[in-house]
Design a binder for this molecule. Sequence first.
Ligand code: BEZ
Length: 211
Amino acid sequence: MAIQLGDIAPDFTADTTEGTVVFHEWLGDGWGVLFSHPKDFTPVCTTELGTVAKLKDQFARRNAKVIAVSVDPLESHESWISDINDTQHTKVNFPLIADPDHKVADLYGMIHPNASDTTTVRSVFIIGPDKKVKLMITYPASTGRNFDEILRTVDSLQLTANYSVATPANWNNGDDVIISPAVSDEAAKAKFPKGWDTQRPYLRVTPQPNL
Ligand code: BEZ
């Protein structure tokens, strides 16, 4: 059955460019971002892995680790990483899972047979400290992902996990947020001492509470 939000992220053991990873152990008690690539030595994937390498500090600041998966074997990954480092002017600094038998790809439903029988689509799974899947996105092979957007969603997930708020369209860290409809005005007085703007009874806007 397909993975859904709130499910425990399936655990697995896999060979990676940074040694054997037991996924749940590797996640520890922080956040994780697992993302798939159709194939080694492909142009869009090359730019994506380079981009993530450059953003690793941004993920680390959010207590989030990144790990990529591609269906090619380890020797292929190692040779491809050297191309990525050269062409993207960076150093791949996170593990790339070798998944030639599609074990991880199948566990996470990353192969969409009507798109391709043999390669993964561009899936992203964001996993919380409780090992539950908090967010999933899927792009086709031909569209590279926006990893600033993935950082933005981590910010939203972390904020909304800790405060009774939701983040509106195009929200970025620091912008105003929306008080959860489940919070009464009475309860909101204690939770949101900076006050709020009631645009409709169901649409109450307040400054981001952790700033
Ligand atoms: C790419 O990463 O460039 C790519 C991979 C598979 C299909 C199309 C593009």
